[in-house]
Design a binder for this molecule. Structure first.
Ligand SMILES: Nc1nc2c(c(=O)[nH]1)N[C@H]1C(S)=C(S)[C@@H](COP(=O)(O)O)O[C@H]1N2
Ligand SMILES: [Mo]
Length: 409
């Protein structure tokens, strides 16, 4: 019997209860239309009223993606995570919007949105993540329970826009330039990226999953520096200034740095390391009883494509390869699947990502060793701790309840 048949048989066996239900026919559907007006399709579609997944908290400046409900690799626009410091999304008229390109260039340029859209475009699938997206910092996130709380500050979309290199070539970058500074319309957000990244794969984005980017994501124009910490991707972009040094702006030298145990800070860490998390079963979910379950989750890396995902169902004692679902894009969420027969005992589930560079996601214990710290460090640090990519364990108890077990690892 091959693996596929085995999986099938197991699935049917445990599915017996479900099949039994079906014998009596489906429960009668009321068949009521969503609204009283049956003559009209909504001009802009809305989801079924039975779907309630949302970005959580409803806080003014941030919201986390409900990864526990995610399928595939694309985050629908209304569920993309949001981190907006200091300002709610400015209300920008695209007709009036301008992008200024100046600094160390031969020809300073001003673009309207229409002019930008006439230039050659690219469409690419990439994740975005906040470097502060970590379940092991101080404050409320120390006690994160769901995967939305632990990893919800990442999302993945199909972005459309103009390569920044095209715009910079039009302006003519001068010798000696080495950085670009990207500023937003509020002038509250300014960050630097190396010129090499700007010329490589950075995109000036106006499209998100087949429509205009959302106000929360930077409408009408944002930068996207793939694989880099989210801070670098300025939203509501109004100015690109070509310069010869990093500008050490407020956001890159304060919040988005790492305070190390010796009191020094790490800064200008751009690229994310390999990361992954199981989205089902995950924290606070409830398994109905022993039987077959498909474990599934997301893996990603700032270093390129995900080349391998392993899953352990015994707390990291043994690992086996998960199936990686196509398509696999570079610097994008990658869906993985792993068939699992739960016998009803305690089980600790975790995933581990390897990227195309060969870098492997570490456990928290391994990270502690690398950093020379213990678990205590992550929750008592007086600064926010960034760029953590520790393996995330979820513990399944005998009653089928699932819990965050990061502190037990
Ligand atoms: N103008 C502006 N750009 C910004 C920010 C901001 O507050 N203002 N937040 C940054 C941070 S910290 C992150 S993680 C990402 C979040 O992008 P998103 O809200 O589209 O998910 O945008 C970055 N770009
Ligand atoms: Mo961020």
């Amino acid at each position: 019997m091959n693996a596929k048949e085995q999986g099938r048989r197991r699935f049917l066996k445990s599915g017996a209860a479900l099949a039994g239900l079906a014998v009596g026919g489906p429960p009668s559907a009321s068949g009521q239309p969503m609204s009283a007006d049956v003559s009209r399709i909504p001009p802009y579609g809305v989801r079924s009223r039975f779907e309630t997944s949302h970005r959580g908290s409803g806080r003014l400046h941030s919201g986390q993606s409900p990864l526990q409900d995610s399928v595939g690799i694309i985050t629908p626009n209304p569920l993309h995570y949001v981190v907006s410091h200091g300002a709610w999304s400015p209300d920008i008229d695209p007709q009036a919007h301008r992008l200024l390109v100046d600094g160390m260039v031969d020809r300073p340029l001003v673009f309207t949105m229409d002019e930008l859209k006439r230039l050659p475009s690219v469409t690419r699938t990439h994740f975005l993540m906040c470097a502060g997206s970590s379940y092991v910092t101080r404050g409320p996130r120390r006690n994160a329970r769901t995967v939305q709380e632990t990893h919800g500050w990442t999302s993945c979309a199909e972005w459309t826009g103009v390569p920044l290199s095209i715009v910079l070539d039009e302006a003519g970058v001068q010798d000696g330039a080495s950085w670009v500074v990207a500023e937003d319309v509020t002038k509250k957000w300014t960050v630097s990226i190396p010129l090499a990244k700007a010329m490589d794969d950075t995109v000036l984005v106006y499209g998100q999953n087949g429509e205009a980017i959302r106000p929360e994501q930077g409408y009408p124009l944002r930068m996207l520096a793939p694989g880099f910490e989210g801070t670098r991707s300025t939203k509501w972009l109004r100015r690109i200034k070509v310069v010869d040094e990093a500008y050490l702006t407020r956001w890159e030298i304060t919040v988005y740095t790492n305070l190390m145990p010796d009191g020094k800070a790490r800064w200008f860490q751009f690229e994310f390391e390999p990361n992954s998390v199981i989205t089902f079963p995950s924290g606070e979910q409830q398994l109905p009883g022993p039987g077959f379950f498909e474990i599934t989750g997301l893996a990603w890396s700032g270093g390129g494509a995900v080349s391998r995902v392993e899953v352990s169902v015994d707390g990291g004692r043994t690992w086996a390869d998960a199936q990686i679902q196509e398509p696999v894009h570079r610097m994008a969420h990658t869906r993985f699947r792993f068939p699992w027969q739960w016998q009803g005992g305690e089980a600790t589930l975790q995933s581990r990502c390897t990227d195309e560079r060969g870098d492997i996601q570490p456990s928290l214990a391994e990270l502690n060793q690398i950093w020379g710290v213990d678990n205590e460090y992550w929750t008592t640090s007086t600064n926010r701790v960034q760029h953590l990519n520790a393996i995330q364990p979820w513990k399944v108890d005998r009653d089928g309840s699932v819990h965050n077990a990061i502190w037990e690892s």
